[in-house]
Design a protein around this ligand. Structure first.
Ligand code: SF4
Ligand code: SF4
Length: 382
């Protein structure tokens, strides 16, 4: 990092100072001036209330509350909940779960700041103007990436809790289609926000701002199991599993299979619950343990094998504006980028494959090419 910083040009040093100062000031301003929303808590509700009393205060539909309470969707919404056969324990558990999904507007703002700062770093700062190509290993120092990863875990994770997050951004659009959210347009806008960040910089939100993506990345960076890390998860296999899960989710949610309309399989695998210390189901704890363990030697197992946003943003990667580009005139096909890449993405880009693995814009391939054939730039630039 020292060599990287010393070789930045004056203009680059000014951009570093400006970006870092703006990011810190905007973050502090966001925390101080965040909109005060009226909060509700579990003590505001009791079994004497009806579904019609509670659902609007939680910002969900009556059907969604009925589903959460494990009742039929057409149950009476006017009767006190205690007359519907719901126990106090089940009621408390369901309400706690719904309250944990309260979106924090400030978190959208943090996702934006981190993604934008990451993009500026990838485009303008990672390659010091005064550093010769023979010292390329000092481009894009991993320590800067680690700083971003910790910032996302703290700000977008533990400080503001699990919601919103990109994974829920996808799922909630489909949930609103079966009537589980009162304002489908709001959920669609949230989804568009996440996906637009992924499209502007290739999966930049996953690589630089998603807190659970960052946890997996931090675990993978720990220098253990180096030999196993050289073997990469086959993309066709990972993507088939991720797509299969997504199809199963849709079939169950729309009750094409089963009769529990509104059932969401990802609820039982949601690792973002970690940020609320909410371990409702044993399956969530098991997912967290397995993903954390595997992350020590498999690159982002949750992103590659499970996450619905990982899947959807992979589809949108094809139209990303800023991304890894290879100059095939300069490239000698030495394979250095393929070896440095933790997934099969660099291989797909190098070989111009139609189905390329997810690229998380991690920048590892940008500091290994001996002939400087790889850059992170706009698709509109030559
Ligand atoms: S793919 Fe990974 S980084 Fe992207 S939203 Fe999902 S968990 Fe986060
Ligand atoms: S190393 Fe692989 S995942 Fe990382 S930016 Fe390069 S191609 Fe993308």
């Amino acid at each position: 990092m020292k060599i990287w910083f010393e070789h930045l040009s004056k203009k680059q040093k000014n951009i570093v100072a400006l970006t870092a100062a703006s990011a810190v000031l905007l973050t502090l301003a966001g925390i101080v001036f965040q909109p005060k929303v009226k909060t509700v808590n579990i003590n505001d509700f009791s079994l004497d209330n009806s579904i019609s009393d509670i659902a609007p205060k939680l910002g969900i539909t009556k059907k969604a509350l009925a589903r959460e309470l494990n009742l039929k969707l057409n149950v009476s919404k006017k009767k006190p909940i205690k007359k519907l056969g719901v126990s106090q324990d089940a009621f408390t558990h369901s309400l706690n779960h719904l309250l944990s999904h309260k979106d924090s507007t400030l978190k959208y703002y943090f996702y934006f700041i981190l993604s934008l700062s990451g993009l500026i770093y990838l485009l303008k700062l990672g390659r010091p103007d005064k550093l010769e190509i023979k010292l390329i290993k000092h481009y894009y120092p991993i320590s800067i990436y680690v700083l971003f990863l910790f910032a996302s875990v703290i700000l977008c994770g533990f400080l503001l809790g699990k919601s919103p997050n990109p994974m829920e951004g996808v799922v909630k659009v489909f949930k609103s289609m079966v009537g589980l959210y009162p304002e489908p347009a709001v959920k669609t806008i949230a989804f568009l926000f996440f996906i637009s960040l992924a499209v502007i910089g290739n999966k930049i939100i996953c690589g630089w701002a998603c807190p659970f993506g960052s946890i997996q990345e931090l675990l993978y960076i720990i220098p253990v199991f180096k030999k196993i890390k050289k073997k990469k998860l086959p993309f066709w296999l990972a993507n088939s599993i991720r797509s299969g899960l997504f199809i199963i989710m849709l079939l169950l949610l729309f009750a094409v299979v089963g009769n529990k309309k509104g059932f969401v399989i990802y609820h039982y695998l949601n690792p973002f619950n970690l940020f609320n210390f909410d371990f409702d189901y044993a399956s969530i704890i098991i997912t967290l343990i397995l993903v954390s363990g595997f992350s020590l030697f498999v690159y982002r197992p949750f992103c590659q094998l499970i996450c619905p946003f990982g899947l959807v943003s992979w589809i949108f990667e094809k139209i990303s504006v800023f991304k890894i580009r290879i100059d095939y005139q300069k490239c000698t096909n030495c394979g250095a980028c393929v070896n440095a890449c933790p997934s099969q993405a660099a291989y797909g880009i190098l070989k111009k494959k139609k189905m390329t693995a997810d690229c998380f814009s991690c920048a590892r391939c940008l500091s290994v090419c001996p002939v400087d054939a790889i850059t992170y730039k706009s698709i509109f630039k030559k």
